[in-house]
Design a protein around this ligand. Structure first.
Ligand code: ZN
Length: 237
């Protein structure tokens, strides 16, 4: 059965949050790709806070002997500092305001079909074990007067993922940010991730994938949601 959203467009796939330049592979003429203004409205944080690095590193220098290691052996000498820098990078989302990312590239547009961005890379850290979970996010919204620069959606995912997280909250935070900022007719978020705290320890279900989803507006409607799910399960390859 056909619904009012039969004329769907998959606008992009395989966008990497790390490499939004991939956008250039599939330019969509009538939508605004805002590559030139990418950094307007928010700051990308790639600097390290040296004082914090030193404090975190000092703690790791104490943890290493507790694990039975010799922190003075060559391979471990700089490990506390490296871990501190890695952790600061992996949690830099605390310094990013996801709603500012969206606001920096919102455009009035009379487009009211579903916009789907699928296969967005997700890398996050489980707040219970400080171990990574990673996978893909698929996001859709139905514009209600405004569209947003497409590269901003993966950036919003990254802003929330680069914090200590649980997948359920990550899913809801992305949905709420897009709904509250862009005010679309509906938002759909599906995230599929592998959790190293499951596959490396504990139950050791090495290939299990956790799927979470969150919907608002039109996507609460069965038909619209079903079409979205059909779209994200089909491949463009
Ligand atoms: Zn965990």
């Amino acid at each position: 059965m056909l619904s009012s959203y039969t004329k769907l467009k998959i606008i992009l796939s395989n966008i990497s949050a790390k490499n939004p330049k991939n956008l250039q592979m599939e330019p969509i003429q009538h939508l605004h790709l805002d590559e030139e203004n990418e950094t307007v409205g928010y700051m990308k944080v790639d600097r390290y806070n040296q004082e914090k690095i030193e404090r975190i590193a000092a703690h790791y220098a104490q943890i290493l002997p507790e694990l039975g290691e010799d922190p003075t052996r060559e391979g471990l000498l700089k490990t506390p500092e490296r871990v501190a820098k890695a952790l600061q990078y992996l949690t830099h989302g605390y310094d990013v305001k996801p709603d500012d990312i969206l606001k920096s590239a919102m455009f009035k547009e009379d487009y009211s079909q579903m916009v789907v961005v699928k296969d967005i890379e997700v890398f996050s850290m489980c707040e219970h074990h400080l171990l990574p979970f990673f996978g893909k996010a698929h996001i859709a919204y139905i514009p209600n007067g405004h569209i947003v620069g497409l590269s901003k959606i993966p950036r919003v995912v990254d802003a929330f993922a680069r914090r200590l997280q649980v997948q359920e909250r990550l899913t809801n935070e992305i949905r709420d940010c897009i709904q509250d900022t862009l005010n679309p007719a509906g938002v759909a978020v599906v995230i599929e991730c592998k959790h190293l705290c499951m596959s490396m320890r504990g139950v050791q279900k090495q290939n299990s994938v956790t799927t979470t989803s969150a919907f608002t507006g039109e996507f609460v409607n069965d038909r619209t949601r079903t079409e979205f799910l059909k779209l994200i399960s089909s491949s463009l390859d």
